[in-house]
Design a protein. Structure first.
Length: 272
């Protein structure tokens, strides 16, 4: 399972940036010390101020996004972009809103523009990678996760999500390397343990997989996939009652979970 960054968490992060920029009256957001200042012989010269309405539209968009009113949020971010098209935040937040609507192509377009504006910022690459990931464009996602990690080596989400793709591609050693790093950076990352459990599972290291699935459940008791996967290990060990308990829990969390439904039928027949 890959992690979709919480939309409002990301949006609120960028809100802080726009507030700072307006205060400094800068013409662009400089998130890296390597960003160049606007060309000027006199560095004390006053920089052009942003349109005062810009932050109003961004904040209004954030409010709508927080209530999952993505169409209204997109409209507000679009107005902000019209006023100030060279700032990353408008594109980033609108891209997140498009992601919230499942419109990944539009999200990718906005994240790409955000990257053009601020290529030294990891968030644009991470957000675009997640959109690629959702579309099954794994090579493009791998490239963007890699770039995000180059910029921010402390981002557990990027390592976890790249590890998830390595699992999908059957590259389990690469997956374990990334997932170990994700867990090192964030020991409370339930998805990291789930994905590492899958790596161990595929490699036939079932006791390690069982341990990781159990840890994932401890951290997030509503992680249906972890119950389903742990149930399969219990089943293969002949522990049918435990397998059924886990499958029942998976279905309680997600009644439409087809794999858990099929697995429960198999375990029930075997137990008889």
């Amino acid at each position: 399972m890959h992690i979709k960054e919480d939309i409002m968490k990301k949006i609120k992060t960028w809100t802080g940036i726009i507030t700072m920029v307006i205060f400094l009256l800068c013409a662009c957001v400089a998130l890296s010390e390597d960003e160049n200042l606007p060309v000027s012989e006199d560095t004390s010269a006053e920089e052009p101020a942003m349109p005062p309405e810009y932050s109003d539209h961004v904040n209004a968009g954030n409010g709508y996004a927080e209530k999952l009113q993505y169409d209204e949020a997109i409209a507000e971010y679009s107005r902000a972009i019209e006023l100030y098209p060279d700032l990353m935040e408008g594109y980033n937040n609108r891209g997140l809103a498009y992601s919230g609507k499942g419109q990944n192509e539009k999200a990718i377009s906005d994240f790409s523009r955000a990257i053009e504006i601020s290529p030294a910022t990891a968030d644009g690459y991470l957000n675009r990678a997640i959109a690629y990931h959702d579309r099954g464009l794994y090579e493009q996602a791998l490239s963007d996760y890699g770039r995000a990690i180059e910029i921010d080596k402390g981002d557990a989400t990027a390592y976890n999500n790249r590890g998830n793709i390595y699992n999908i591609k059957g590259q389990y050693d690469n997956a374990l390397s990334d997932l170990n790093k994700a867990i090192e950076l964030n020991p409370g990352l339930a998805d990291g343990y789930l994905n590492r459990g899958i790596s161990y599972d595929r490699k036939g290291q079932y006791d390690k997989a069982l341990s990781d699935y159990s840890k994932a459940i401890e951290l997030n008791p509503r992680l249906a996939e972890a119950y389903n996967n742990r149930a399969l290990i219990y089943y293969n060990k002949g522990m049918f009652d435990k397998a059924l308990t886990d499958l029942d829990r998976a279905l309680e969390i997600n009644p439409g979970y087809a794999d858990a439904q099929k697995n429960r039928e198999i375990v029930s027949k075997r137990k008889k």
